[in-house]
Design a protein around this ligand. Structure first.
Ligand code: GDP
Length: 430
């Protein structure tokens, strides 16, 4: 497996109040607590340090935060025999007015988790966010959150996804209980039932028998799931028609992955971020079904000399090209420029050309942001999302590249111009 195939650049998208912040924090906490070494940390180390960051007013975790996740997992325990996956959680503005910012963050991510409230379901604002993700062809999985709240109804949200968003929503789980009796889920791919554990250390669930009243529903949904996925995948369809028993979990996961990346289906999971229920399955699903940087359509830009289109593949050996998508000020290190590298590689200490200013700037330091620390890097590559220290005259939306291979990645054309855009465009001209 190549290093690139282990990367997931994803965003968590939601209508305000659906639980985007809570889910993001729980993901950072959960993945941070169980580290790639297998070491299980006591207490709320990651959350504590995040709280500290908030106190200090540092918002580094807001732009892009990297977590390691070992996959596959088995019966609630992480198997530590694989290289960890690297999940870069990219912040996507929840407020739909920031069209340029939303558009930009959607450009730099390769997949998304779409959070919905199990009580409110699809609301007008969720529709807007969904359409924006459609426009940028972002493959996504849906997380039906707040299953613990009074009025939670998983199946009503599924119906909403189909009717209001015209999404081919494919439930991968059936909840066991709802509201304050939300106990666990039945995984439709394996037929295994799990119950959440209150414990904060290591294992977060326990396998149980499928509750009797759910047995026939699980069978029906399980069969429907195989039929539905097979309708998008010839290989699976052949097995389905010739020898149903020969279909393995890997066959199903491969087909679901393919159909999710192509945007044909949206796998749906459920949980309660607030109560730490369903976090591990969502991390597993991010790895299993959302694309790595090599599985998405390569980025296109314009060669400023010939004005021809240029395609940049996610290859470390290609010429360097990156997009600055967020700039923040950190009280320790000063100005931090978050970039997505689309092609080539970047070394700390090297120079990059800013296409807007036509000037070369020095990359004094490269850093990867974790929830609890900033990790200095000597080099970063295509597919990576990193923070750069040392760039002075850089705005969000600027393309950084090699002098010998100039390219402009972002044209100043956005579907819905807003005031922020106008200011930025003016700055670019000035
Ligand atoms: P955001 O606006 O999408 O970022 O939503 P937040 O994460 O800030 O959550 C909005 C509110 O819903 C907060 O009061 C959370 O505590 C609450 N909340 C989030 N997730 C859950 C959940 O799973 N169950 C319940 N009962 N409340 C939740």
């Amino acid at each position: 497996m190549t290093r690139l195939s282990l990367i997931r650049n994803i965003g968590i998208m939601a209508h305000i109040d659906a639980g985007k912040t809570t889910l993001s924090e729980r993901i950072l906490f959960y993945a941070g607590r169980i580290r790639s070494t297998g070491e299980v940390h006591d207490g709320n180390t990651v959350l504590d340090s995040m709280a500290l960051e908030r106190q200090k007013g540092i918002t580094i975790s807001a732009a892009a935060t990297c977590v390691s996740w070992n996959y596959p997992t088995n019966k609630g325990e992480v198997i530590y025999n694989t290289k960890p996956y690297q999940i870069n959680l990219i912040d996507t503005p929840g407020h739909i007015d920031f069209t340029v910012e939303v558009a930009r963050s959607l450009r730099v991510l390769d997949g998304a988790v779409f959070v919905l409230s199990a009580v409110e379901g699809v609301q007008p604002q969720s529709e807007t966010v969904w359409r924006q993700a459609d426009r940028y062809k972002v493959p996504r999985i849906a997380f039906v959150n707040k299953m613990d709240r009074a009025g939670a109804d998983f199946f009503a949200v599924l119906a909403d996804l189909k009717e209001k968003l015209v999404a081919n929503a494919l439930p991968l789980q059936i909840p066991i209980g709802e509201e304050d009796r939300f106990e666990g889920v039945v995984d439709l791919l394996t037929g295994r039932a799990i119950r959440w554990l209150e414990s904060d250390k290591g294992k977060s669930w326990q396998e149980i028998e499928v509750p009797l009243h759910l047995v026939s529903m699980v069978q029906q949904y399980g069969q429907w799931l195989v039929e539905e996925v097979a309708s998008y995948d010839d290989e699976l369809l052949e097995k389905y028609l010739s020898d149903l028993q020969s279909i393995t979990l890997q066959d199903l996961q491969r087909a679901i992955r393919k159909a999710t990346i192509s945007g044909e289906i949206v796998p749906v999971l459920c949980g309660s971020a607030f109560k730490n229920k369903g976090i591990q399955p969502i991390l597993d699903a991010i790895v299993a079904y959302l694309p790595s940087p090599v599985e998405v359509v390569p980025v296109e830009g314009i060669d400023p000399q010939s004005e021809n289109k240029q395609v940049r593949r996610a290859e470390a050996t290609a010429p360097f090209a990156a997009l600055a998508f967020k700039i923040i000020t950190d009280s320790f290190v000063g100005k931090l420029t978050f970039i997505r590298i689309y092609s080539g590689s970047l070394q700390a200490g090297s120079y990059v050309l800013n296409m807007r200013t036509g000037k070369k700037e020095r990359v004094s330091r490269l850093m990867q942001m974790h929830a609890d620390k900033q990790e200095p890097l000597l080099q970063a590559q295509a597919g990576d999302i990193v923070a750069v220290v040392g760039l002075r005259d850089v705005y969000t939306g600027d393309t950084l590249c090699e002098q010998d291979h100039p390219i402009v990645l972002e044209q100043m054309e956005f579907p819905e111009p807003v005031i922020g855009y106008a200011i930025e465009a003016k700055r670019a001209v000035d």
